[in-house]
Design a binder for this molecule. Structure first.
Ligand SMILES: [Fe+2]
Length: 359
């Protein structure tokens, strides 16, 4: 039994989830089930062909498309999308795509309360979380509100087969990072931990196959199942030091989001190891590895991800700024970080050395 099973709070989030190859054919039925008839389909410019395919399943006059979703959910795009909602008198939103499309869908829901049907094409997991990050006047603001939680999620594996191997690996490791932090979250619970372990094991087994054979429906199906579970963990409990560090590194040095996650998660797991032994056991078990941090490091290596902060453009003297910002305000983490030990960990990560416990 989970060590934390003696006292916890567990609050599952409402969502209707449809899973399986070809499931996108159910989208019109789901619109009707919500009591809606005039969907606005949102996606990014690169994925407009999917929007066209979905639109073709409705009567032409009843649907509209908005294919301008962009990274980090810029407010000016949301304003244009809200205009499209008003002009088309849309009564629900269908989002198809990754973080950009889902972010825009959530931003529309936040302003209008329209119900959302989301069809994810990556493994990031935003579709099952009540979290939204919006960029306004150059500043990104993140909040948690049930207003943005999608009502229906359709996982159709066929929508993921064109995600390039490198992006699949990065997106999958990002999802695994959510499971890692969920396993030692201070507000964790045994049910979320079950999902975290299963989600991590699924992704870890499928991602190497996907990198070798990107069109494998079997590997894609397992990865998508894992992505759902890891996303659910992100929506259920608080993230810790790893997310704080990645946020600081991304914001301070403009480092690529997914690669930063892929490099740091093994180092942060090692850093937190002694404060979260039960989580480490479960991570090692999920990865079929001797210990959690080398399992995470080896997985990133097997997926051909960059292994040092140096390689993705962090300046060597950036460590001081990073430490200052990481220790600035409080957040939940099993170990309270301090400047000395953070420096040891960040230096290892900058050099691309294998992760190690820091005492
Ligand atoms: Fe994250």
């Amino acid at each position: 039994m989970d060590r934390r099973a003696d006292a916890f709070v567990y609050e599952p989030l409402p969502a209707r989830v449809l899973f399986g190859a070809g499931r996108r054919a159910d989208v019109a039925g789901e619109v009707a089930r919500l009591g809606c008839a005039r969907p606005l389909i949102v996606t990014s410019p690169e994925q407009h062909a999917w929007a066209d395919e979905i639109a073709a399943t409705f009567e032409a006059a009843s649907t509209s498309r908005f294919c301008e979703a962009a990274m980090h959910t810029p407010w000016h795009t949301t304003v244009r999308a809200l205009d499209a909602v008003a002009r088309s008198r849309a009564d629900c939103v269908i989002a198809i795509g990754g973080g950009s499309a889902i972010g825009l869908s959530k931003a529309i829901a936040l302003q209008t309360d329209l119900p959302q049907i989301v069809l994810p094409t990556t493994y990031a997991g935003s579709e099952v979380t009540p979290i939204i990050g919006e960029t306004r006047d150059g500043e990104k603001r993140t909040q948690r509100t049930l207003k943005v939680l999608p009502e229906v999620v359709i996982y159709d594996v066929e929508l993921t087969t064109t995600l390039p191997p490198a992006m699949s690996a990065a997106s999958g490791l990002n999802a695994i990072a959510h499971a890692v932090e969920a396993l030692y979250a201070t507000d964790g619970n045994p049910i979320t931990s079950l999902m975290a372990e299963e989600g991590m094991a699924s992704l870890a087994s499928a991602l190497p196959d996907i990198v070798r054979t990107p069109s494998s429906i079997e590997a894609r199906r397992i990865a998508q199942y894992g992505a759902w579970l890891c996303g659910t963990c992100l929506g259920a409990v608080s993230m810790g030091l790893h997310h704080k560090i990645c946020h600081v590194l991304g914001g301070s040095f403009d480092l690529p989001h997914a690669q930063t996650h892929a490099i740091m998660i093994a180092h942060v797991a090692a850093y937190n190891a002694d404060a979260a032994p039960a989580a480490m056991t479960r991570i090692a078990r999920a990865l079929n590895a001797q210990d959690a941090w080398s399992g995470l490091h080896e997985l990133a290596r097997a997926l051909n991800m960059p292994l040092s902060l140096k390689a993705i453009g962090m300046p060597e003297d950036g460590t001081d700024v990073a430490i200052e910002r990481v220790t600035q305000n409080a957040y939940s983490n099993p170990r309270t970080p301090d400047a000395r030990t953070l420096r040891i960990m960040l230096t290892r990560a900058w050099n691309g050395e294998p992760p190690a416990r820091v005492v």
